[in-house]
Design a binder for this molecule. Structure first.
Ligand SMILES: [Zn+2]
Length: 54
């Protein structure tokens, strides 16, 4: 599955601008600033791992 090869980032990291997709539910989190921290997943309501979308 191609998505498995995408870079992964966890809640609390600052991975920089981009679109990140929760690996558990597929919900997107959008980061617009290098200082912005990946949030808990708004749907899972807990820390998660995101795949970066290119
Ligand atoms: Zn989620």
């Amino acid at each position: 599955m191609a998505m498995e090869n995408s870079p992964q980032f966890n809640t609390g990291e600052k991975p920089g601008n981009g679109i990140y997709q929760c690996r558990f539910c597929g919900k997107f989190a959008i980061i617009k600033s290098p200082d912005e921290v990946l949030p808990d997943c708004p749907k899972c309501k807990k820390p998660t791992t995101y795949f970066k979308k290119t």
